[in-house]
Design a binder for this molecule. Structure first.
Ligand SMILES: [Zn+2]
Length: 394
């Protein structure tokens, strides 16, 4: 399979068709067949955009569309979360203010640079004119819980309804039109990237969105959702994706599968339903690695990460899971080597020579689970390493 040789998305260079869809009075969704969307809220005296695209050059394509419906200034850029393809184009709108949750601000500090490099490497098509990016995007306003933005008389509620796609996700709700901008919390016929996801919280956050019963939603990826039935369909689709992934991971942990086996089992559970979704192949290795770590339980993950609150796939978390086992196994080997003579006497309960087979078995076990078939050394676990481990890419 060609996807085993490179990131699916590095070969994904075909231009997507842009749509600019009205989803309520003076409300629009800029969409592009599964590429990151941007929402537009036009108020009495100014506008706000929800998510900024990956580069200023790409933001200009949004501005062009906005100028077909209004000449009011774009005063605010609202960031649904910290990912590079959502935030790095912000300067292209020349806004007065850039708004995010405090948690998103924290994530930009913690790993904004790393995510930029990672996404740039994985999604070259989304970084047109990458040299136009002036640097990381820093919010000028950050909030916790909820804040209200007024565009003239028009009220816009920005809310943290819970974690999901990341720990810092926010949605924008326009009460006069009952329209929501969901960011990547909802995807439509597009895979959910779960490399930073909180998979157990995500369905609860979807419930919170459903409780607003929006008339229309601009999702993070995929076509605009016009009408309550389409919104419900997209909510169900996203929920199914997230729970299928997490369920497959839990099962793999219970069954003690290796990462590679877990990857195959996840495919079995998900390919039929979601294989045709945009960026599905691209996301899968990250999704499996993240879900496996979450499948271990949050407290244990925290321990493994030295207390970091929400480490991503690149933070060595899921490999630490395997390294923990490696450490235990290695200790057993050391004990076999250095223990008193009597402890190394043959144990005939399992047949002659079984005391030698045990460490060999452990060594083999260790070799099977280490990233490059090595029995020592601490490989840095990056998304790329994860991908290669699973897919055997070079
Ligand atoms: Zn994202």
């Amino acid at each position: 399979m060609s996807t085993q040789k490179a990131f699916a998305s590095t070969g994904d260079l075909a231009e997507k068709k842009i749509s600019f869809t009205e989803i309520g009075p003076d409300l629009y969704a800029f969409t592009a067949e599964g590429d990151p969307n941007t929402g537009v809220i036009v108020g009495d005296d100014s506008c706000a955009v929800f998510d900024a695209q990956a580069t200023p050059a790409m933001a200009h394509r949004v501005v062009e569309k906005v100028r077909t419906v209004t000449d009011k200034p774009i005063k605010y850029v609202i960031l649904s979360h910290y990912h590079a393809v959502r935030v790095l184009g912000a300067s292209g709108f020349n806004p007065q203010g850039i708004i995010s949750s405090e948690e998103t601000h924290r994530l930009i500090v913690e790993r904004g640079q790393q995510d930029w490099q990672s996404e740039y490497g994985r999604f070259p098509r989304l970084f047109q004119d990458a040299e136009s990016i002036p640097g990381l995007t820093w919010p000028t306003h950050a909030f916790k819980g909820e804040m209200t933005l007024f565009l003239g008389k028009r009220e816009v509620k920005l809310m943290q309804l819970g974690a999901g796609h990341t720990s810092g996700d926010i949605v924008a709700w326009v009460p006069d039109a009952r329209v929501m901008f969901s960011g990547d919390l909802i995807e439509y016929h597009s895979a959910c990237y779960c490399g930073d996801a909180h998979l157990r919280a995500w369905p609860r956050t979807l419930n919170a969105i459903r409780d607003f019963d929006p008339k229309s939603v601009a999702p993070g990826r995929g076509d605009a959702l016009n009408g309550q039935n389409t919104v419900r369909e997209a909510l169900a689709m996203t929920r199914d994706f997230v729970t299928s992934l997490y369920g497959a991971a839990e099962m793999s942990v219970v069954k003690g599968r290796t990462l590679k086996e877990a990857f195959a089992a996840t495919r079995e559970a998900m390919d039929n339903k979601f294989g045709s979704f945009a960026i599905y192949e691209h996301c899968l290795p990250f999704n499996v690695a993240r879900a496996l770590r979450r499948g271990l339980g949050y407290r244990r993950s925290r321990d493994l990460d030295g207390g970091s609150r929400s480490p991503d796939v690149g933070s060595a978390a899921s490999l630490n899971y395997r390294e923990t086992k490696l450490t235990l196994a290695t200790k057993e080997i050391d004990h076999e080597r250095s223990g008193p003579e009597k402890e190394r006497r043959p144990d005939y309960r399992n047949g002659p020579g079984s005391e030698r087979r045990l460490p060999l078995r452990i060594r083999q076990w260790v070799r099977d689970r280490s990233p490059a078939g090595r029995t020592s050394g601490r490989a840095k676990f990056t998304p790329e390493v994860s991908f290669r481990t699973i897919c055997g890419a070079t």
